[in-house]
Design a protein around this ligand. Structure first.
Ligand code: ADP
Length: 491
């Protein structure tokens, strides 16, 4: 089985969020699955700095897509045998700033073309005359940036190779003015409701949902949620009609990068058998962040994008009470300016208890995950969420809302779940500031009972959050997609 895994980010090459973690880890897990007999290649744009992070890089082909001349480079993900094909076109991809936005956070105004080219190249590589001399059986697309691939495969290249489209977040759909259609070389007759049009706009996400042979998303609960008005962002109707082809598979974590026993970012490693190192990490973190160094102050951690989705706007109003209760808060993230400014003001007001680091900082994210006593994640919706999984692995029980992957991965602490050793975190009744405060307060109360707390930590640390079982579920999905294909051919 040959798989082309198409993505707009992959850790450690380029990362803005969970999609990168998945794209960096899932192909590795698939490749090493005992039942996988085949090959998987990751396709992504060669943004600035990407090629220098690959190992054994070499130029392998040239290709023209949407009138843009591209060079394809092959290399390997660091410390891995997963091959990456990077699309080099310096006009499109070699820029300062992020993969989707410039340095001020504004979307690149040629994103339709930039990700149109990514989608177009993926489709061209699925053809028999692919310049790679390698043809996939399955093209696995991820999120809107790759959404046009299934449309090109079906409508333009008319290949029989199968496509899967995975939804990592319905909130980001890649909708553009219809006048980009001709630049993207899409057949205009499909710019309608039964095609890639979404309210007079071209929608990359809708194209993926409409034309892919199979769909998946990153948790079973989110697979159900997105078929409803509240979570479907206007595409719930289409998702409902495709419910039979939609599978929810919970993400795993890369246990090479996220393991407290081997994490090189930490001052001291620790594990569920010997957790004492966690205390040293907490102390170092308090010191680094300018918080008062106090092992008895419950330290709450936040690492997140500051977006409405994440529910962090519930925090500022309850911070004075948390401080009065003796809690400390270590926050890392960036996004909505008002929230950034609000946290900065609270840090000024409570410098011994509140720390905010605005920006993206991989080592600090590991140290907060390890040094905190509790991890806060009150998302309004959460397709899967990775931080709560890191929290489980790092003995930092997460406080989460009951949505998407959070609901599928965290078991609330109740007298019963304490007794039967299944409690791993704390689940909010409602996404409100009162509910968040109440839940944090009861969690902190339990934290003081060291025996019960060790149990909760252990339950989380012993939960299998690796990719191994989920990678097998993706393999089942690949098999199913190919079997369906064989069945159609033999009819
Ligand atoms: P999303 O993809 O919606 O942002 P996830 O929880 O799925 O949320 O994944 C977020 C990933 O990005 C995690 O690996 C998290 O640690 C990381 N992350 C988010 N913000 C930051 C930041 N400011 N610094 C470092 N890592 C961050």
């Amino acid at each position: 089985m040959h798989v082309l895994f198409v993505t707009s980010e992959a850790f450690p090459l380029i990362k803005t969020g969970g999609l990168a973690d998945v794209s960096g880890a899932l192909p590795k897990a698939i490749k090493s699955a005992a039942s996988f007999n085949g090959d998987i290649k990751v396709l992504l744009p060669a943004y600035r700095g990407v090629l220098s992070k690959l190992t054994a890089v070499k130029e392998v082909a040239s290709i023209e897509a949407l009138k843009q001349s591209c060079t394809l480079f092959s290399g390997y993900l660091p410390d891995s045998d997963v091959e990456v094909i990077a699309i080099k076109n310096d006009v499109l991809y070699d820029r300062a700033g992020g993969p989707y936005t410039d340095e001020s956070g504004a979307d690149w105004n040629d994103n339709a073309l930039r990700f149109g080219v990514l989608s177009r190249v993926a489709s061209l590589l699925s053809k028999q005359d692919s310049p790679l001399n390698w043809q996939p059986d399955i093209v696995h697309c991820n999120d809107w940036q790759t959404g046009l691939t299934p449309a090109y495969m079906k409508l333009v290249d008319q290949v029989t190779v199968k496509s899967i489209f995975s939804i990592h977040n319905m909130a980001y759909q890649g909708n553009f003015d219809g006048n980009v259609l001709s630049q993207l070389e899409l057949p205009a007759q499909h710019f309608n409701m039964n095609g890639f049009e979404f309210y007079q706009q071209l929608s990359f996400m809708k194209a993926g949902l409409f034309y892919a042979d199979q769909l998946s998303t990153v948790s079973p609960t989110y697979a159900k949620e997105i078929q409803t008005v509240h979570y479907g962002f206007g595409l719930q109707g289409l998702l409902k009609t495709r419910a039979e082809q939609l599978t929810g598979i919970l993400n795993g974590i890369d246990t090479q990068d996220w393991n407290p026993a081997t994490d090189s970012h930490l001052i001291k490693p620790y594990s569920d058998k010997n957790i004492t190192g966690k205390k040293a990490v907490k102390k170092a973190l308090q010191q680094q962040l300018g918080l008062s160094i106090n092992p008895d102050a419950p330290l709450l951690g936040v690492v997140s994008r500051f977006a409405y989705q994440k529910g962090l706007d519930l925090l500022p109003s309850i911070i004075p009470q948390l401080v009065a209760d003796g809690c400390q808060l270590a926050i890392l993230g960036s996004g909505e300016k008002a929230l950034e400014d609000g946290f900065v003001a609270l840090q000024k007001q409570f410098p011994n208890n509140i720390s905010i680091t605005v920006g993206y900082n991989e080592p600090m994210s590991h140290n907060i995950m390890a040094g905190a006593d509790l991890f806060i994640m009150p998302s309004r919706f959460e397709p899967c969420g990775l931080n709560q999984l890191y929290g489980l692995a790092y003995g930092t029980p997460p406080i989460v809302s009951a949505t998407g992957g959070l609901a599928d991965s965290v078991r609330d602490t109740t007298p019963e779940t304490i007794k039967n050793n299944t409690a791993t975190g704390f689940v909010l009744k409602n996404v409100t500031d009162a509910s968040l405060l109440g839940t944090i307060q009861s969690a902190v109360k339990l934290w003081q009972d060291k025996q019960v707390w060790r149990k909760i930590q252990k339950n989380g640390m012993q939960t299998d959050v690796s990719w191994s079982s989920s990678a097998n579920l993706y393999l089942d999905l690949y098999e199913k997609t190919l079997d369906l294909h064989k069945k159609t051919l033999s009819q």
